[in-house]
Design a protein around this ligand. Structure first.
Ligand SMILES: *[C@@H]1O[C@H](CO)[C@@H](O)[C@H](O)[C@H]1NC(C)=O
Ligand SMILES: *[C@@H]1O[C@H](CO)[C@@H](O)[C@H](O)[C@H]1NC(C)=O
Ligand SMILES: *[C@@H]1O[C@H](CO)[C@@H](O)[C@H](O)[C@H]1NC(C)=O
Ligand SMILES: *[C@@H]1O[C@H](CO)[C@@H](O)[C@H](O)[C@H]1NC(C)=O
Ligand SMILES: *[C@@H]1O[C@H](CO)[C@@H](O)[C@H](O)[C@H]1NC(C)=O
Ligand SMILES: *[C@@H]1O[C@H](CO)[C@@H](O)[C@H](O)[C@H]1NC(C)=O
Ligand SMILES: *[C@@H]1O[C@H](CO)[C@@H](O)[C@H](O)[C@H]1NC(C)=O
Ligand SMILES: *[C@@H]1O[C@H](CO)[C@@H](O)[C@H](O)[C@H]1NC(C)=O
Length: 294
C-alpha cells in the first residue's frame, strides 16, 4: 500500500509542476531603434533622458500611465509608461523601475527605444511621438506550442474572446482595460484567458481601432500569443496571467459533451452565479458579461 500512495503523490506533484507556469521567468522584450541614432555619454540628451526616466517612474506608478517631455529640440526626449490594468502602485512602480534599468542596458545610448515587461511598458524617443496615436513599434510573440486538437474551435474561441474583451476595453472602461475568460473551450484546453488594453488617453474609437490592428497581427494557432505596441496591446493564454475577476465570460458547452444535446445547448448556470471574489475597483462593479458561443 505504502509504495502506491507515494507514487500517487509523485504523480500529482508532477502534474502540478507541469501545469503551474513558473512565475520566476521574467519577460522582457525590447525594440532599440536603428534609425534614430545614438547619443553620447554626458550629453544634454543623456541628462534630459535621465530626468525623463525619473519622472516617468516616480509619476507613473499611481495612475499606471504617464507621459512627459524634457528639454528642447534637438535634445528633447519624450516618454510614455503604461502599466497593465490590474497592477497596484507597488507592482507598477517596481515594474517601471526595472524597465528603466533594462532600457538603459538593452538599448544603451539609443535615442529611441521601447521595452515591454510582463506588467508594464516604457518608451522614449527624440521623435515627438506623444502627439500621435501611432502604436509602433509593435512586437508579436507566440507560445512555442501549437494547438494540436480542435484547432478550428480553439482559434474561433480566441478570436471571439479577444473581440469581446477589446470591445469592453474600448467602450466600457475608462481605464481602457479589460480581461476575459472562455470556459469549456476544448477537451484538451478547458480555459482561455484574454486581455486588452489601450493607453487611457485614447478615445473609444481610437482605442478600438488600435486593438483591431494588434488583433489582426496576433499569431494564430498557438497556445498563447500577444501583440504589444506603444498605445495598445492584446494577449491570450491558456493559463491565468492577470489578477482579478475577468469582466468577459465566454461560455459554451463542451464540443464532445456526453450530456444530451438539449442540455448541452442550454446556457450553463454555473457561470451566471456571482463569483466568490468580486472584481476590485470602481470599474469592476458590473457583473461579468456572459456570452454564449457555439
Ligand atoms: C549606436 O550604438 C550601437 C552600440 O551601442 C552601435 O551598434 C550602433 O552602430 C550605433 N549607431 C550609430 C548610428 O552610431
Ligand atoms: C562623463 O562624466 C563622468 C563624470 O563626470 C566622467 O567620469 C566621464 O569620463 C565622462 N565621460 C565622457 C565620455 O565624457
Ligand atoms: C514627476 O516627478 C518628478 C520627480 O522625478 C518631479 O520633479 C516632477 O515635478 C513630476 N512631474 C509631474 C508632471 O508631476
Ligand atoms: C499589489 O499587488 C501584488 C500582486 O498582485 C500583491 O502581491 C501585493 O500584495 C499588492 N500590494 C498592495 C499594497 O496591495
Ligand atoms: C458595456 O456594458 C453593458 C452593461 O454592463 C453591456 O451590456 C455591453 O454589452 C457592454 N458593451 C461592450 C462593448 O462590451
Ligand atoms: C462546461 O460543459 C459542461 C458539459 O457540457 C457543463 O456541464 C458545464 O456547465 C460547462 N461549464 C461552463 C463554465 O460553461
Ligand atoms: C470525442 O470523444 C471521443 C471518445 O472519447 C474521441 O474519440 C473523439 O476524439 C472526441 N472528439 C473530439 C472532437 O474531441
Ligand atoms: C438533461 O436533460 C434531461 C431531459 O431533457 C434531464 O432529464 C436531465 O436531468 C438533464 N441533465 C442535466 C445534467 O441537466
Amino acid at each position: 500500500m505504502f509504495p502506491s500512495i507515494s507514487s500517487t503523490r509523485f504523480l500529482l506533484l508532477y502534474l502540478v509542476l507541469l501545469f503551474v507556469p513558473s512565475p520566476t521567468v521574467a519577460f522582457t522584450w525590447q525594440v532599440c531603434s536603428t534609425s534614430a541614432g545614438n547619443f553620447t555619454a554626458n550629453s544634454t540628451y543623456e541628462s534630459n533622458l535621465n530626468l525623463l526616466l525619473s519622472s516617468l517612474v516616480s509619476n507613473g506608478s499611481v495612475p499606471g500611465f504617464f507621459t512627459d517631455t524634457v528639454g528642447r529640440i534637438p535634445n528633447q526626449v519624450q516618454g510614455l509608461v503604461l502599466c497593465r490594468g490590474d497592477t497596484n502602485a507597488t507592482t507598477c512602480g517596481s515594474c517601471l523601475n526595472n524597465a528603466k534599468l533594462e532600457i538603459l542596458r538593452l538599448c544603451a545610448y539609443n535615442k529611441d527605444a521601447v521595452v515591454w515587461d510582463e506588467e508594464c511598458l516604457l518608451r522614449f524617443s527624440n521623435r515627438q511621438f506623444l502627439s500621435t496615436l501611432d502604436n509602433d513599434p509593435t512586437a508579436a510573440l507566440a507560445n512555442l506550442n501549437q494547438v494540436n486538437y480542435e484547432a478550428d474551435r480553439f482559434n474561433k474561441v480566441v478570436n471571439e474572446l479577444l473581440d469581446s474583451t477589446a470591445d469592453w476595453a474600448a467602450y466600457n472602461s475608462t481605464k481602457r482595460y479589460a480581461t476575459g475568460q472562455a470556459f469549456n473551450v476544448t477537451q484538451a484546453v478547458p480555459n482561455i484567458y484574454g486581455l486588452a488594453q489601450c493607453t487611457p488617453d485614447m478615445s473609444t474609437s481610437d482605442c478600438r481601432q488600435c486593438l483591431k490592428g494588434v488583433l489582426q497581427g496576433l499569431p494564430q494557432g498557438r497556445m498563447g500569443a500577444r501583440n504589444q505596441g506603444v498605445r495598445c496591446n492584446i494577449r491570450f493564454e491558456v493559463t491565468r496571467f492577470y489578477e482579478g475577476t475577468p469582466i468577459i465570460w465566454l461560455l459554451s458547452p463542451l464540443t464532445n459533451a456526453t450530456t444530451p444535446a438539449e442540455n448541452a445547448t442550454a446556457p450553463p448556470s454555473a457561470p451566471t452565479a456571482h463569483p466568490a471574489v468580486g472584481p476590485t475597483g470602481k470599474e469592476g462593479k458590473d457583473a461579468p458579461l456572459a456570452q454564449l458561443i457555439n
